[in-house]
Design a protein around this ligand. Structure first.
Ligand code: NAI
Length: 462
């Protein structure tokens, strides 16, 4: 039996990052992964392929809506769906092979197959046992379709099927106005599908700041996406032409049926730990199926750790990566640290939406006295030059000390801009620290500085 210092189960962003850091810290490391390629959901059927389709469809949107304004004439391109899929698959391939390269470079062993814990020191893969001093469970999550809905990945699809449809559908219904629904709904809307999003809540983008939710919904409606909010989907039934979605409006309980060629069920994800044998070993889980951990990511079985979507917290690749690094440090005898108060969240639509820290409602609920600094991208020259003046940056700072408490934005490059505030928050900075920092002109980041100025004596270009 081969003995390792650490065996990690799952090669998604949590698991593969943990493995590389373990190896860098001198631990003999193996990763068990049953999928044919490394990278987990994120690289194979999640973050990365969706970004390729978002990029391609955005290029088309620009060609159709903005090229002539800039004096670029000629017919807008048409969609070659086969080539777009090939481009997406190539992007996936480059990234998953990149992880293989990093494993080789760092001396991480890939044990191919699905792992199962025999005990707290042994992982079984294809009938063979592998021993380790520490085991890290990084098995991620799976799509949580409604119990009444049977996903066939052709007509009724999860995000996985939605990334590889046979054709661009004429009519697409998206159930759930969360991150997946809005990103993939945007892709198909830009590619020409008639997209309707049906959402249980009265707003889009659950968990985001209210002002951002309202502005985001307005912009997406302007882009042509239709929304039915306050509607609980009850069933989805496939028929010869596609499928029928039955929903009830919450305000009057009236029932409605709508039809489409394809239905995307984007109603959340749940932790995935099936077949690991955790129950038999007495590893404690919550009612939602999340593995319970202590302050050092250790499960109730000493020597067995868990990170990423399979434990509590936001189901985000970067949160899993941070936990992967932290747990590698804990296992090698160092102090692992994740600041759960500063985990950014991004929706990669156009414009992008980004958020970190507390929302205004959370501060109100906590009774925390705060001030708001807000700046519209309409006042940002660079944004206007690229037809991206819609949106704003909203900063929340402690009313007395000015310490940054949260930032919520919708606008060009928001997913990158947010990190200035993440770093500032990590350092315990105040809005005035950001306001006093010179920002290059002309950049989108000036909008962040202007929002910081608005927390004090006022923005300049407002
Ligand atoms: P979500 O939890 O973000 O949104 C699901 C939505 O479905 C909610 O708004 C919910 O109210 C609605 N819903 C649930 N049941 C319904 C029903 N019966 N009828 C109508 N609406 C219903 O889940 P989503 O979008 O599936 O994403 C799953 C996870 O993946 C999230 O944790 C998300 O953070 C993560 N993710 C992150 C991305 C990013 O960071 N850019 C991209 C994609 C996914």
């Amino acid at each position: 039996m081969t003995n390792y210092d650490v065996i990690i189960i799952g090669a998604g962003p949590g698991g593969y990052v943990c493995a590389i850091r373990c190896a860098q810290l001198g631990l003999k490391t193996a990763v068990v992964e049953g999928r044919g390629t490394l990278g987990g959901t994120c690289l194979n059927v999640g973050c990365i392929p969706s970004k390729a389709l978002l990029h391609a469809s955005h290029q088309l949107h620009e060609a159709v809506h903005n090229f002539t304004k800039m004096g670029l004439r000629g017919a807008a391109p048409t969609v070659d769906w086969g080539q777009m899929q090939a481009y997406k698959d190539d992007v996936i391939g480059q990234n998953t092979k990149g992880i293989e390269y990093l494993f080789k470079k760092n001396g991480v062993t890939w044990i191919k197959g699905w792992g199962r814990l025999r005990d707290a020191r042994t992982v079984e893969v294809n009938g063979k046992a592998y021993a380790a001093n520490s085991i890290v469970v990084a098995t991620g999550s799976e799509s949580a379709a409604l119990s009444s809905v049977r996903v066939d990945e052709k007509v009724i699809v999860s995000s996985t099927g939605a990334l590889a449809l046979k054709d661009v559908p004429r009519r697409l219904i998206v159930i759930g106005a969360g991150v997946i629904g809005l990103e993939l709904g945007s892709v198909y809307s830009r590619l020409g599908s008639d997209v309707e999003v049906i959402e249980f809540l009265d707003h889009v983008a659950p968990g985001m700041d209210k002002d951002v939710q309202a502005a985001f919904e307005k912009l997406l409606r302007k882009q042509g996406i239709r929304f039915t909010l306050g509607a609980a989907v009850q069933s989805v039934a496939a028929n010869d032409d596609g499928a029928v979605v039955k929903y009830a409006l919450r305000e009057d309980s009236s029932e409605h049926n709508v039809e489409a060629d394809v239905i995307l069920v984007a109603t959340g994800r749940r932790p995935f730990s099936d077949g690991l044998g955790l129950g038999e070993l007495g590893v404690e889980t919550t009612a939602n199926g999340q593995i319970k951990i202590d302050g050092h990511w250790q499960t109730s079985l000493p020597g067995v750790y868990a990170i990423g979507d399979v434990i509590s917290g936001p189901m985000l690749a970067h949160k899993a990566e941070d936990e992967g690094i932290a747990v590698a440090e804990v296992i090698s005898g160092r102090v692992g640290h994740v600041n759960y108060d500063v985990i950014p969240s991004v929706i990669y639509t156009h414009p992008e939406v980004a958020s970190v820290g507390k929302t205004e409602d959370q501060l109100k609920d906590e009774g925390h006295a705060y001030k708001v600094g807000r700046f519209s991208f309409m006042g940002n020259g660079r944004a206007k030059a690229i037809f991206a003046g819609d949106g704003f940056v909203k900063l929340l700072a402690d009313a007395e000390t000015g310490r940054l408490l949260g930032c919520h934005m919708i606008g060009p490059g928001a997913g990158d801009l947010i990190h200035e505030i993440c770093v500032a928050m990590e350092f315990g900075a105040g809005a005035d620290d950001v306001a006093h920092t010179c920002h290059a002109h002309p950049t989108f980041s000036e909008a962040v500085r202007e929002a910081a100025l608005a927390c004090g004596d006022g923005a300049i270009h407002a």
